[in-house]
Every structure is written in C-alpha cells, then in structure tokens.
Design a protein around this ligand. Structure first.
Ligand SMILES: NC(=O)c1ccc[n+]([C@@H]2O[C@H](COP(=O)([O-])OP(=O)(O)OC[C@H]3O[C@@H](n4cnc5c(N)ncnc54)[C@H](O)[C@@H]3O)[C@@H](O)[C@H]2O)c1
Length: 318
C-alpha cells in the first residue's frame, strides 16, 4: 500500500521534495497546505491532490501516513506538536525550530509516541560524506574548519533575525551538522558577528560571522560565514595526523604527503533522503534515517549557542 503524504508549506524546497516523491513508487501525494492559497492550489493541481490553507483542517479531513513540513523557521513549533500528538510520522526541513524549548516540547511528544521522523540534513546522504565518515572512523581529529560563504538569497524572511535565525541557524547549519556527523558533539563555542555592508529591506542579520569551537572529543575548530560574496560555497576541512580531508559542495579530497585522492558525488542523495524516509515509514524502521528530530535538535542547539554568544560576547557551554 502506498504511503499517503501531506505537505505543510508549499514553497521552494517543497517543490523539490514533490518532484522526487513523484518518482517514488510507494509514495502518494494526497494533500497540500500553504497559507498562500494559490501556492497550495497550483501544486494540488499538478500532483492531483487536495489543497488546504489551514493545516488543522487538512489533518482533520485527510487520513495521512506521513507529512512533509517545509515551513520557514519562524512557522515551526505548534505545527509539529499537533502532528506529533496525532501520531503521524513527519519529515521536517532544517532548522527544526528557532527556540530550543519549543523544539524540546516537540521532541518529548515524538519520543513518547515513538514517531518516525527525519530532518532535511541532506548532505548526510551524499556518498562522499559516507566515504569521509568511513575514512575518519577511529582517527584522532585535531582541527575542523568549516566555511559557509556565498551571496544573500533574496527571500522575504531570511534576512530577518526573528524569522530565520540568521545565516548560521538557517544555512550554515548544514556545515555544523556535518561537523557533528563527522567529528562529534560541540562542547563550547565563542562567536562574533559583523553587520553593516548588506542593505536589503528589513535585513537585520549578520553579513559575516566567525565561531571558534571546542569539540567534546578534544578537537578544535572554527566556522566562518558570510553573505557578501556570490553563489553558494559550503566547505569543511578536517585535519588528522598527516592527512587533510576536504569537503567542498559536491567533492571530497583526501590528501596526504604522498597521495591525493579526489571523489565527486555520484549518488542522487536528495532522492535517497526521501526514499529512506518513505521506506522507514512503510517498514516502521528508522534505521537508515541519518538525522531524526532529536539529532536535528542537537545541530540547532549549536547554532543557537553561536547566536547567543554573538549577542552576549561570551563563551557558551553546551
Ligand atoms: N535541506 C535543504 O537543502 C534546504 C534547501 C532549501 C530550503 N530548506 C529549508 O526549507 C524551509 C523552507 O524554505 P523554502 O525555501 O521552501 O521557503 P519558501 O518561503 O519558499 O516556502 C515556505 C512556504 O511556507 C508557507 N507557509 C508559511 N507559514 C505557513 C503556515 N503556517 N502554514 C502553511 N504554510 C505556510 C509559505 O507561504 C511558503 O509557501 C527553510 O527552513 C529552509 O531552510 C532546506
């Protein structure tokens, strides 16, 4: 039997998931909800589903096996609580929330109900990331250098701190999450931000930031970000004895004194992310999900700590 799917939020990323889910035999898109009626209706027409503007009405009227939550950060919280209370498995885009306490509330219900959840930390599904993880297993990591450089994507909410959380919480979270995945948990951090060059309407977030980090396993690291350049350039470099592991967008280099290996992503990692979630719901087995709600919350905690450090000018312990 096909998995009956509903969407809440039918913007940019929802359309990426919709396109992929329509390639998955076991997935059936049955209902779509967006506060902007036209967005829900247009997508519903395309995918032969029912449109809604109120997610509670959608949940009341439809019998859904899974929900894709593709909302902007500021709209998270009550939606996940409602879905979790009803015991419906969900996929949620990163970041899972803007407030730790609210995310903890969601996590509690998810755990009580033993719900299958997945968070959109899609880089974890890249074959090169798996290769890096295998390579680094049992190696003592000393230094971790993450970067998230690029231009400011012109979104109506991204440049407003209380709506998006800013660049670290909203976007560089992918690199923070890779750090956690490949290196381990963060113990403490100190962050500083720079403002004043970007002049977009309502924009009140940092143009650039730098975070100095200490990991639980003793490694030290940094994350530097800016929205002052062009394109999209996330990178992560990891240094262990005699070896550099360099991830950059879709490539991986493993470099030692005598050998330089380079690999390109060769799997459809975004499709895999959705396939794994659908299969997990179908089999009620989350084993292949790379990031569940609780894990996504841990990446959120690191990025919120960076914001707190920028605000207070203090080292934050996690
Ligand atoms: N994993 C990734 O690589 C990736 C890529 C892009 C975006 N994202 C994440 O996905 C999320 C959404 O980003 P986007 O680019 O699709 O944003 P978007 O602004 O294009 O779409 C969000 C949609 O949600 C709707 N919406 C807002 N509040 C709502 C509510 N209460 N009920 C129903 N609909 C509501 C909006 O009308 C809009 O259509 C963000 O958190 C972003 O970080 C993840």
């Amino acid at each position: 039997m096909a998995i009956r799917i509903g969407f809440i939020g039918v913007g940019g990323i929802a359309h990426s998931h919709l396109g992929r889910l329509s390639q998955i035999k076991e997935a059936r898109i049955v209902a779509l909800c967006d506060v902007v009626r036209e967005k829900a209706e247009e997508a519903a027409k395309k995918y032969e589903a029912v449109s809604y503007t109120n997610y509670k009405e959608m949940l009341d009227k439809e019998s859904l096996d899974a929900i894709f939550i593709c909302l902007p950060p500021f709209a998270h919280g009550d939606v996940e609580i409602e879905i979790a209370k009803r015991g419906i498995p969900f996929f949620i885009e990163k970041p899972v929330n803007l407030y730790r306490e609210k995310a903890k509330e969601v996590e509690k219900i998810v755990e009580e109900k033993k719900l299958i959840t997945s968070v959109g930390y899609v880089l974890r599904y890249m074959d090169i990331v798996e290769k890096a993880k295998d390579f680094l297993k049992e190696k003592k990591i000393a230094l971790v250098l993450g970067r998230y450089f690029g231009e400011f994507p012109r979104s109506p909410w991204l440049g407003i701190k209380e709506k998006s959380g800013g660049q670290i919480v909203e976007q560089a979270t992918h690199i923070v999450d890779l750090m956690r995945y490949l290196v381990g948990g963060v113990d403490s951090l100190y962050a500083e931000g720079f403002k004043g060059l970007n002049k977009f309407e309502n924009y009140d977030v940092e143009d650039a930031s730098i975070v100095s980090m200490h990991f639980k396993n003793g490694a030290i690291g940094s994350l530097t970000c800016n929205w002052l350049l062009f394109g999209f350039q996330p990178t992560l470099e990891i240094v262990t004895q005699g070896i550099q592991v360099q991830y950059s967008v879709t490539s991986l280099k493993i470099i030692s004194k005598d050998k330089k290996e380079e690999f390109q992503v060769s799997n459809d990692y975004a499709l895999l992310e959705d396939e794994v979630f659908i299969e997990a719901v179908k089999s009620n087995n989350p084993a292949k999900i790379e990031s569940d709600y609780s894990d996504g919350l841990k990446s959120l905690e690191v990025t919120l700590a960076a914001n707190e450090s920028m605000e207070k000018g203090q080292i934050i312990s996690l």
